[in-house]
Design a binder for this molecule. Structure first.
Ligand code: F6P
Length: 357
């Protein structure tokens, strides 16, 4: 009998269930006696021994269902080696449960932090296959992550809705898009939604350049402007600070988020009325878009194929539309960021989009 543990970890996204369904369906096609353990709430379930034995029916009807049927939680990698409040050695506990349940392997769906812990478990002797989940699209080793395109659709829709009201009132609108460390989501939604200014963590902005871009639009007779601002957008000034200095500065900050700071500066310098919209977690909610359903099904099926072949220690990624296994040791600890010199940035600038640089 094959025993496989499924685990979803970190922030959720729309296509987790579709991906698990892809793995499960392929395994059920191959084996009559496969048993799937749904490990509850991510690594927490593996540490504290919480799981649910899944049945084939559990994976029916979930292709279009957002969230995760087995729950998730954030368990920071940097705390994995620290004992919990009762002195429990978390890594040891995870290995013991893996052994106690008699698992042949773990299928782990998650983002960057999740991959670091997955790699640790693999190094500690567990058989692991992972799948790249995140609306941020920042996992190294794959062109795209599942969840990203669904989130792009939602963030774009938010910008689309803002367009009509911005045009009616002649205001400056800021739409704050998720992404603390990377700006893929903001970049794609910004271009798709026709934003005039896009601010990303990877391209520190100068507020003078932002104001200049707004002035240019005003001179062209445009009555409104839209900014797509990533949660992690940063000014040139702040980008020069050390991590410690930046943390201290953020603590003193009176603004709920970066958009409010940018908004106030624009209002003060231009006298234009500014409004801020934060779609927040709506970007991770609802059903997966068809594109995500397709890649999730493909990735899930390919992950099951690795299990069938007994190939462990890999993340299943996508390169040039082909599914490929990428060694976990290469993925863990790296981030796929937007390159400021890449062609997508050049093309966006060619369209007249300002990045405030
Ligand atoms: O990593 C996904 C993500 O949605 C980021 O874009 C965002 O910065 C973060 O998670 C929010 O985390 P939480 O849901 O824990 O507030």
């Amino acid at each position: 009998m094959k025993k496989v543990g499924f685990l979803t970890s970190g922030g959720d996204c729309q296509s987790l269930n579709a991906t698990m369904r892809g793995v499960a369906k392929t395994l059920y096609q191959k084996y009559d006696d496969v048993e799937i353990y749904g490990i509850l709430e991510g690594y927490k379930g593996l540490i504290y021994g919480n799981y649910r034995k899944m049945k084939p029916g559990d994976f029916s009807g979930i292709l279009t269902e957002g969230g995760t049927i087995i729950g998730t939680s954030r368990q920071p990698f940097k705390k994995m080696r620290e004992p919990d409040e009762n002195g429990l050695d978390k890594v040891k506990a995870m290995k013991e449960n893996y052994k106690k349940w008699g698992l042949d392997c773990l299928v782990i769906l998650g983002g960057n932090g999740t991959h670091k812990t997955a790699n640790l478990l693999s190094e500690e002797g567990c058989n692991v296959v992972t799948l790249p989940k995140t609306i941020d699209n920042d996992i190294w080793g794959t062109d795209i992550t599942f969840g990203f395109q669904s989130a792009v659709n939602i963030a774009t829709n938010a910008i689309d809705c803002i367009h009509t009201t911005a045009a009616s009132h002649g205001r400056v609108f800021i739409v704050e898009v998720m992404g603390h460390k990377v700006g893929w989501l903001t970049l794609h939604a910004g271009i798709a939604g026709g934003a005039d200014i896009i601010l990303l963590p990877e391209i520190p902005y100068d507020i003078n350049s932002v104001v200049k871009a707004l002035d240019k639009r005003n001179k062209q007779g445009k009555r409104f402007s839209i900014l797509a601002v990533a949660e992690g957008a940063i000014s040139k000034e702040d980008a020069k600070l050390s991590k410690k200095e930046l943390k201290a500065k953020k603590q003193e900050n009176l603004y709920p988020s970066i958009s409010y700071k940018v908004g106030q500066e624009i209002q003060e310098r231009t006298g234009q009325e500014v409004r801020i919209t934060v779609p927040g977690h709506t970007q991770r909610g609802g059903e997966p878009c068809p594109y995500d359903r397709v890649i999730s099904s493909r990735l899930g099926s390919a992950a099951a194929r690795l299990i069938i072949e007994g190939k462990y220690g890999y993340m299943v990624g996508i390169k040039n539309n082909e599914i490929i296994p990428v060694p976990l040791s290469e993925v863990a600890g790296k981030l796929k960021t937007v390159n400021p010199d890449s062609s997508i940035i050049r093309e966006a600038k060619g369209l007249g989009i300002s990045f405030g640089d």
